[in-house]
Design a protein around this ligand. Structure first.
Ligand code: KIV
Length: 273
């Protein structure tokens, strides 16, 4: 195979993401939290699966990502890993498992790697969590950063509105992004920031920048699977493109099933032993 040929059956690694950025190939990333969905995403050719702490919202029905525990993230990570052959799988370190104590951060990341068999972790924040990121990196665990809107800090922000519109916050974000690159993160997510700022960051750092609500000038895109499939119908921010109406499909199928059970049409003879 020539060195310019892209092999889509090859396992995705952090190194491969870097190669993709450098040859200008966009990176596709979606969340998944269970075996069956992860298998569908992987077989469809997604590059990266994020076992996001958004599981707290879309799987457990919480208002924020704060309540999800390390044990629950490991459970989701383990389930996803069983369905995936090709995609790179990243697990979010949940709120309270890494902030403020780098030894605890390392212990949390090691548990994720050992027990879920995932390939990397993601952490929200910049300079405030530098020590925790560095300690995890020193153990050979790949770390993806996450800047801009960081939902684990919702109680500090008080809103899910676009971040870094003001000059001072934008300057801090650029500084943090460069810091993440310098200490050895393999990539970062930029959430809900102005497109021009995200593009500038993607140009100024050599590691892949994956956007969500950060415009098209970055190296890849991530969405929450439940949002883009229309399973989670109550959430429609400007950045979300809906690719299906799975809630409608499910609701329709369930209504027909109920009708068939009530009328005695299901099961018929060929569906019986
Ligand atoms: O938890 C999550 O799903 C995320 C994405 C929104 C990037 O962090």
């Amino acid at each position: 195979m020539s060195t310019n040929t892209v092999d889509n059956s090859r396992k995705v690694t952090t190194r491969r993401l870097s190669e993709m950025k450098h040859r200008g190939e966009k990176i596709s990333m979606l969340t998944a939290y269970d075996y069956s969905s992860a298998k569908i995403l992987d077989q469809a050719g997604i590059d990266v699966i994020l076992v996001g702490d958004s599981a707290s919202n879309v799987m457990a029905g919480n208002m924020t990502t704060l309540p999800i525990t390390l044990d629950q993230m490991i459970y989701h990570g383990k389930s996803v890993m069983k369905g995936v052959n090709r995609a790179l799988v990243i697990v979010d370190l949940p709120f309270g498992s890494y902030q403020g104590n780098s030894k605890e951060a390392l212990a949390s990341a090691i548990r994720i790697m050992k027990e879920s068999h995932a390939e990397a972790v993601k952490m929200e924040g910049g300079s405030e969590i530098r020590e925790s990121i560095e300690r995890i990196l020193s153990a050979g665990i790949p770390v993806m950063g996450h800047l801009g809107l960081t939902p684990q800090s919702i109680n500090k922000f008080g809103t899910y509105a676009v971040r870094a519109r003001e000059e001072a916050e934008a300057a801090k974000l650029i500084e943090d992004a460069k810091m993440l690159e310098e200490i050895g993160c393999f990539g970062m997510v930029l959430e809900k920031v102005p497109a021009a700022l995200a593009e500038k960051v993607a140009k100024e750092v050599s590691i892949p920048v994956i956007g969500i609500g950060a415009g098209g000038g970055v190296d890849g895109q991530v969405l929450v699977m439940h949002d883009m499939l229309g399973i989670n119908q109550g959430f429609s921010p400007r950045f979300l493109r809906r690719y299906a109406d799975v809630a409608d499909v499910m609701s329709n199928a369930v209504s027909r099933y109920i009708e068939d059970v009530k009328s005695g049409d299901f099961p018929n003879e060929s569906e019986s032993y």
